[in-house]
Design a protein. Structure first.
Ligand SMILES: Nc1ncnc2c1ncn2[C@@H]1O[C@H](COP(=O)(O)OP(=O)(O)OP(=O)(O)O)[C@@H](O)[C@H]1O
Ligand SMILES: [Mg+2]
Lengths: 255, 376
């Protein structure tokens, strides 16, 4: 579904990561891990084609995302559902209208059908009661869930979620995991998810990659269980064992 | 993506009603067409009772289920609720999470905004509340200003400087343009009637008084209110929306002392400087016109010197100080009053312009009365 080939990502002169290659298979839940600021959101932006890699190629469904232009790019983007880290709900629309917007724009359904679909999406993320509110009247976690509902509105075959469960309580978070799994298993939707929640990772991830800020590249790829149990890499082990940076290493050594 | 269509077959059921059998794909791409197709095919068929067999669907998604939902709720053939069978369990589960029609209705209908008279009344009330807020703000601001001036080190002068620089640069080109043009226009307009009286040379006198006392300060204040005021309001409004103001408060910092005082002081310092600059340009514009009318600069200058008194300059500058303070203060107030959500930032900026201009003209009227009474 997605092929990342030796990609370098950066802003201006500054390189955030380089030499990144991996593959996401159709219908799997693929998780991107890594410490804060290591470039997960940036990688996601590149996968979606909002930003062009400095080097390398990203193919989605066989097409180069960065090279797509015009109608081809529109069609490609429309097949994605994206939830941005900040939610990015439109402040001038109600939550219900936010979720209905993609349906308004890209389908020929009747208003009633669109209303029903939007409301069903909101119910799925547990926000059936909040449709009439404005985004500014939602809590942080509710905004995320509304944004997920919007990302799913067009039944996209490929969904990107940037930290969907950050700021959610364990129960709501588990509900979201169940929703992701249901959609992936039963409807063949491919998910690329950035998350830090260990519970969530073990619950949903078919495979994951881990990025590392200090080495500026991808340091591990595989099933989360395998990585947690038998990775050779210190950074990976620390992550899965929830150890603080430097807790194990010798601090007296100069860098 | 395979874009296969939905197969729809309508026939007579043994129980005397109709049956619909669905095959192929029923998803977000095909559901609209399927719905229309269904209505056409069901027209003229005896449809009570209606049963739907969905076992032939190869692929379906959440959106596709909307047609089945409509069928089941009697919304395709009005009043006829279909029984749906053969759905795969995961689709069955999706259909079960669909709301009831009443539920949707309740979830999206919002109480209609009452307009007209009500909003007029609310407008009147809000003006009263607004004036109250302004008075309170002036009180709080004055005490913060006094506190700031008493401890100049706590004043954060670099911030003041930054705002002066930013607002100054923002407004400078416009002030230059408008200032010069005002001088030119006034001179040309005054030249016509004065010429008929044979007193064309007194254009210089008129320019001096009108531009220095009245139009220079006013125009400059309007430019600042239109250009720098909304920028100030938007900046503070944005900080409010991003909860930066709350963060300040929880750190024990008063936004008034930490942010507003600096901006108001900046406005107070900047406006008279810009006023003097625009006055100078206005007078220069007048001189240019006089030159075009054939009067040498020396004559114009002599007339100007005779007509303009230091008191005029003092009035002009004082107006600049007052207008600048008003515009900056009100812009900050509007920023702090910003509501929630990004749209609020725009509203704060707009209302900063409106209240800035209103307050400048009000103050100017008071000045006119005051200078008349005091004979300055
Ligand atoms: N617009 C930008 N311009 C310049 N640098 C940026 C920009 N956005 C992000 N960066 C830098 O790129 C790096 C990666 O940022 P990114 O937002 O991708 O991190 P992240 O892994 O998503 O972090 P988090 O887990 O905190 O969300 C950071 O060092 C950041 O400073
Ligand atoms: Mg991020």
């Amino acid at each position: 579904m997605i092929r990342v080939e030796d990609v370098t990502i950066g802003y201006g002169e500054r390189i955030v990561m380089s030499g990144v290659s991996f593959e996401v298979r159709r219908g799997e839940v693929f998780v991107i891990l890594g410490g804060s600021g290591c470039g997960k959101s940036s990688l996601l932006k590149n996968l979606i084609g909002l930003q062009k890699p400095m080097k390398g190629r990203i193919l989605v469904g066989g097409r180069d995302v960065a090279a797509a232009e015009g109608d081809e790019r529109q069609a490609l983007l429309r097949s994605f559902g994206v939830m941005y880290q900040s939610g990015a709900l439109f402040g001038s629309l109600t939550v219900h209208e936010n979720v209905r917007l993609p349906l308004d724009e890209f389908t020929d359904l009747s208003l009633r059908q669109r209303d029903v679909l939007a409301h069903t999406r909101l119910k799925m993320v547990g926000l059936g009661h909040a449709g009439r509110r404005m985004p500014s009247e939602l809590s942080g976690g509710m905004k995320k869930r509304a944004a997920i509902a919007r990302a799913l509105a067009l039944d996209p075959p490929l969904v990107f979620l940037d930290e969907p469960s950050a700021g959610l309580d364990p129960v709501t978070s588990a509900g979201l995991d169940a929703l992701i799994l249901d959609l992936a298993r039963n409807f063949g939707i491919t998910f690329v998810v950035v998350t830090h929640e260990l519970l969530s990772i073990f619950a949903i991830a078919d495979r994951c990659v881990m990025l590392d800020a200090s080495r500026k590249t991808l340091v591990a790829e595989g099933k989360p269980r395998t990585l947690a149990d038998s990775s050779e890499d210190q950074a990976v082990l620390r992550f899965f064992r929830r150890e603080a940076e430097g807790a194990q290493t010798d601090r007296s050594q100069p860098k | 993506m395979p874009a296969s269509a939905t197969g729809i077959e309508v026939g007579k059921a043994q129980d005397g009603g109709a049956f619909v059998s669905l095959t192929g794909a029923l998803d977000v791409r095909t559901v609209g067409a399927a719905r229309r197709d269904l209505v056409v095919k069901l027209a003229g068929v005896l449809t009570e009772p209606l049963s739907v067999d969905a076992s032939g669907l190869d692929s379906a998604d959440v959106s596709g289920m909307v047609v089945l939902w409509e069928l089941a709720n009697g919304l395709v053939v009005p009043g006829v609720r279909a029984t749906i069978s053969g759905l795969r369990p995961e689709l069955e589960a999706i259909l079960a999470t669909y709301p009831s029609p009443d539920e949707v209705e309740a979830a999206i209908s919002s109480p209609a905004e009452s307009a007209g008279i009500h909003s007029l009344g609310r407008g009147a009330l809000s003006i009263v509340a607004d004036v109250r807020a302004m008075v309170e703000f002036v009180g709080a601001l004055t005490s913060a200003l006094v506190a700031g001036l008493r401890r100049p080190r706590a004043m954060r002068w670099p911030e003041v400087l930054r705002v002066v620089e930013k607002a100054g640069v923002d407004a400078f080109p416009l002030v230059s343009f408008v200032g010069l043009l005002v001088g030119l226009i006034i001179a040309f307009e005054a030249a016509q009637p004065l010429k008929q009286l044979g007193a064309e040379v007194f254009v210089a006198d008129a320019i001096g008084i009108i531009v220095i006392r009245e139009l220079g300060p006013l125009i400059t204040a309007i430019v600042i209110a239109g250009r720098s005021g909304p920028a100030l309001a938007a900046e503070l409004g944005m900080m409010k929306v991003n909860e930066e103001l709350s963060a300040l408060e929880t750190m024990g910092l008063d936004p008034l002392r930490f942010l507003v005082v600096q901006r108001v002081v900046a406005g107070t310092l900047l406006a008279p400087v810009l006023t003097l600059y625009s006055v100078a340009l206005g007078v220069a514009g007048g001189c240019i016109v006089m030159g075009m009318l054939g009067y040498p600069f020396a004559v114009t200058w002599a007339h100007l010197q005779g007509a303009v008194h230091p008191a005029d300059l003092l009035v002009g500058t004082t107006k600049g100080v007052v207008f600048g303070t008003l515009v900056a203060g009100l812009a900050c107030l509007r920023g702090l009053q910003a509501g929630d959500g990004p749209a609020a930032v725009g509203e704060a900026a707009t209302s900063a312009v409106v209240s800035g201009i209103v307050s400048v003209f009000t103050a100017d009227a008071l000045f006119a009365v005051l200078t008349y009474v005091l004979k300055i």
